[in-house]
Design a protein around this ligand. Sequence first.
Ligand SMILES: [Zn+2]
Length: 108
Amino acid sequence: MKKIKQKLKKGDHVLIISGEDRGKKGKILSIDKTKNKIIVEGANLIKKHVRPRKQGEQGGIIEKEGTVHVSNLKLICPKCGEPTRIQKSALDNQKRVRVCNKCGEFID
Ligand SMILES: [Zn+2]
């Protein structure tokens, strides 16, 4: 299996580029680095049936975010607001930073 480089971080805003939620934007809530699965706020909602646990409590259906594969996401640059590819670049002090392909600004 091809390994996908992890360039997205928790809290990033992303655009979903394929699947049912294509075109949706949201914030990354959590990342499973081993599986490249990402939970995006409001995306890939799964309906879950909840049974009432106590008497008098109401059961029902709640919606919960499902995971989205990292390859279906594109980062929205916080500087220019465009969905973009990220480049990695090394600063003089060897620190690696992410750079927006569209506007050239550092994202980190
Ligand atoms: Zn940008």
